[in-house]
Write a new protein. Structure first.
Length: 321
């Protein structure tokens, strides 16, 4: 068995490698060559933590495994560790023997950013110039760095519940040589692409905040009850997701379906656009929305890639098991 510790991930995994791994696994899911297992997510009644498992099997990539972890809201304040903690376990699909254990914290950030970036590549207008961000926390910086690589953006605009955090994304924009402007929510109408990465249980972005032709990636809703955008926005948009079952049960589509504004059949897999079995955006005035709920196969794809890189560079720890 190989172990790739968290400390090695930053020197091994690039945004390009994460993008490629996530794009391929989305395509495999749409082709029914890969599937996710049911998600387990539980409040453990200790340290206010949520703990769970995401897993799956990619027949095309021969990747089998799970990610174990969750959210410990007191970590940073009490212990100096980040609040999201996870570890990925990979198994040999031919024998069931454990293949690898991989630190999952940075990989989770990279794969989440890669998912929204994949959606921008395949769904945003080619002439998109203004990038909008709703959210300015730790994950937002990963999202923005990846997004800025997908189009020739000339400006970044941003809004956050806590405006004092906006310098986090302003710094990323400055590193890319793109000017940044803080806006009110109604100022989002200027954006051609928007990424929302918040943890809210009430909509922040309303339908009338979004101009025709915008692509929006909703990356924060991954639990029943969470909601980043008004349900009416999904009725105005062509909706895509990583996995339909998750989008309709724990993603943004849960609210639009409950309100009777859309049906499950109105939610499409992003992998179908990648494979060419769905046309994706069909006009410059169309609003496209990607509901990124986060699937176990994303974690397995990036973990498998980093294990190969770690073995190649001689930094994987090999142990008998």
């Amino acid at each position: 068995m190989h172990i790739v510790p968290e400390r090695e991930i930053a020197s091994l995994m690039t945004r390009d490698a994460a993008f490629d791994a996530v794009e391929k696994v989305f395509a495999a899911m749409a082709a029914e060559d890969a599937y996710n297992f049911p998600v387990i997510r539980e409040a453990i009644d200790h340290e206010d933590a949520l703990y769970g498992f995401k897993g799956g099997f990619d027949r095309a990539g021969l990747t089998l495994g799970l990610k174990a972890g969750g959210y410990w809201p007191n970590n940073l304040e009490k212990f100096g560790h980040i609040n999201h903690q996870s570890t990925v376990f990979l198994f040999d699909p031919d024998t069931g023997m454990v293949r690898a254990m991989v630190g999952g914290n940075l990989l989770t950030a990279l794969r989440t950013a890669a998912a929204s970036s994949v959606s921008i590549k395949h769904l945003a207008r080619k002439d998109a110039k203004v990038m909008g961000m709703v959210g300015a926390g730790h994950q937002a910086t990963f999202q923005l760095r990846a997004a800025l690589e997908q189009r020739e953006f000339e400006k970044v605009i941003g809004w956050n519940y806590h405006p004092e955090m906006l310098p986090n994304i302003e710094k990323v924009a400055a590193e890319a040589g793109v000017p940044f402007e803080a806006v009110e929510l109604d100022g989002l109408a200027e954006a051609d692409v928007i990424i929302s990465i918040t943890s809210t249980f009430a909509p922040t972005i309303m339908a009338d905040h979004i101009a025709p032709g915008t692509h929006i990636a909703c990356m924060g809703t991954d639990t029943k009850g969470k909601q980043e955008v008004e349900a009416a926005l999904l009725a105005r948009a062509t909706v895509f997701t990583d996995e339909v079952a998750q989008s309709t049960s724990i993603g943004e589509a849960q609210h639009a379906i409950a309100a009777g504004l859309i049906a499950e059949s109105d939610v499409h897999q992003i992998g179908a656009v990648i494979n060419g079995t769905h046309p994706g955006r069909t006009s410059d005035n169309e609003i496209t929305l990607f509901d990124g709920t986060g699937v176990g196969l994303q974690d397995l794809a990036v973990a498998a890639r980093v294990v190969d890189l770690a073995i190649e560079k001689g930094v994987a720890i090999e142990v008998d098991f």
